[in-house]
Design a protein around this ligand. Structure first.
Ligand SMILES: NC(=O)c1ccc[n+]([C@@H]2O[C@H](COP(=O)([O-])OP(=O)(O)OC[C@H]3O[C@@H](n4cnc5c(N)ncnc54)[C@H](O)[C@@H]3O)[C@@H](O)[C@H]2O)c1
Length: 447
């Protein structure tokens, strides 16, 4: 099938690459000329495991192409897949300007039947807006062309995006057109080999499903973080509680890790946008607001522990930060807890030595050169002379470091373990002061 993907970010590029991998003829369109040039030069603008190989293989085979030319883009695919960003607008609701810009461009150019597929995360009612935008552009041209709009929210997760796309748990389609549904069914057939993954529903339900899924996952995290704060106050260990809870199959172990807050390009903005959508319907989404508030508070927890440890004075202190990406296996630092921590340390007069296996370039882009930030080439380099180490992202390479080396390098052996990846008793026996999340601190010299 001929597909056009509008937006070549995490979702658009992964979708384009995976759709080409199963034999489709894919054209990716983006307004970012630098990004398209990089892709034409064989470079991948994002870090996503396995993506580079699939892109280069399919580009070489001629099944995956890139352009900024919207005329060629609209001409190319019978399916026009919208995968542009939907960042938070000023009031927190999803900003649909990019989605509607694509709809307008499509409406200005189509001359034969096409299906416009909303893959971006968009609030209920967006498919209708896309439909209206295309109809308006057609009316302005004085032309009538048949088209359908369907909703097809994307559930891939960064860091595991290829596997999620190639072997999806489910493919949600909101459609009210039999013709469009059949095309989408054909498109997704290769991804439903062992059983049917496609869940067909009405368009508003498909649009809401994406927010519901993300808000549920965010709720699980905030719930555990809320409990972790309570555990610290009442002398319980949240990691033991987690094991006791998770072994109930109705609860399960997935997504109940306490930590220093969720980040990324999806959960924060989608939770906020869902609350905003509710507000527009005169409904106060109590739980959704709480999830957001708990997370915002949780992102301060590591800093609060650090500040308290140093008597609320970080002047002249250097904090080593391991992990800048919002989660492992990505270079994405959007809404990352590391940013909240670093900015708080700077505001308190402290300095940062930071390391992340993939996000160094992104950190450089975000913060540039500043005297209170040293971007290091390795985890070992980051701890040199540091007064404390904060582990913010649970990358594999941080899980079992050479603790003797760390002890030698740091001016004070203090670890703030924002992801509970170290055993507190083990840390204490090695000679560290260890602060975890939701568990008692082990302080050197304390009995
Ligand atoms: N990142 C994820 O893990 C993820 C997962 C599921 C769903 N989503 C949703 O998918 C959508 C895209 O997210 P993303 O992370 O890929 O965004 P992104 O910011 O990485 O990429 C968006 C791309 O769209 C391009 N763009 C903007 N306007 C355009 C236009 N008019 N025509 C063509 N291209 C245009 C931008 O230049 C950019 O390259 C969002 O709605 C997001 O919520 C993201």
């Amino acid at each position: 099938m001929k597909l056009t993907i509008h937006g070549t970010g995490y979702v658009g590029l992964v979708t384009g690459a995976c759709m080409a991998e199963v034999g489709n003829d894919v054209l990716c369109v983006d307004i970012d000329a630098d990004k398209i040039q990089q892709l034409l030069d064989g470079q991948i603008p994002i870090h996503e495991p396995g993506l580079a190989e699939i892109v280069s293989r399919n580009a070489a085979a001629g099944r995956l192409n890139f352009t900024t030319d919207i005329d060629v883009g609209v001409q190319h695919g019978i399916l026009q897949i919208i995968a542009v960003g939907t960042p938070p607008g000023e009031d927190g609701s999803a900003d649909l300007q990019h989605v509607l810009a694509v709809a307008e461009s499509v409406g200005q150019r189509i001359d034969e039947y096409k299906v416009i597929v909303d893959k971006s995360t968009v609030p209920v009612g967006t498919a209708e807006k896309v439909q209206a935008e295309i109809a308006k552009a057609l009316a302005e041209r004085g032309t009538e062309v048949d088209f359908d709009v369907v909703s097809n929210p994307e559930f891939l997760k960064e860091g595991g995006a290829i596997a999620d796309f190639m072997k999806p748990d489910r493919i949600v389609i909101g459609s009210q057109s039999g013709r469009a549904t059949e095309l989408i069914r054909t498109l997704y057939k290769p991804f439903s080999r062992n059983h049917e993954k496609l869940i067909l529903m009405d368009i508003p339900s498909a649009e809401l499903t994406k927010y519901a899924a993300n808000a549920m996952l965010a709720t699980k995290i905030s719930f555990m973080n809320e409990l972790s704060n309570l555990a610290e106050l009442c002398g319980a260990d949240i990691e033991q509680v987690r094991l006791g809870m998770g072994s109930d199959p109705r609860i399960g172990f997935e997504f109940i890790y306490p930590g220093c807050g969720y980040g990324g390009s999806c959960f924060p903005k989608d939770v906020t946008a869902l609350a905003k959508s509710a507000k527009q319907l005169d409904y106060h989404a109590e739980l959704i607001h709480a999830v957001e508030n708990v997370n915002n508070r949780q992102k301060q927890v590591l800093f609060n522990k650090i500040a308290q440890h140093f008597g609320n004075d970080l002047t002249g202190r250097t904090i080593a930060v391991w992990g800048l990406a919002f989660k492992p296996n990505t270079d994405d630092m959007r809404e990352a807890p590391s940013r909240v921590l670093m900015e708080a340390v700077w505001a308190a007069g402290g300095r940062i030595r930071a390391y992340d296996p993939e996000a160094m370039e992104e950190a450089r882009r975000l913060y540039g050169e500043r005297p209170d930030l040293v971007l290091c080439d390795s985890a070992r380099e980051a701890i040199a002379g540091a007064d404390a180490l904060a582990v913010v992202t649970e990358w594999q390479e941080f899980r079992s470091p050479d603790f003797d080396f760390i002890l030698e390098q740091m001016s004070e052996p203090v670890i703030f373990d924002g992801r509970n990846i170290y055993d507190p008793d083990n840390m204490a026996s090695l000679g560290f002061t260890h602060y975890g999340i939701g568990r008692a601190a082990r302080r050197l010299g304390a009995s």
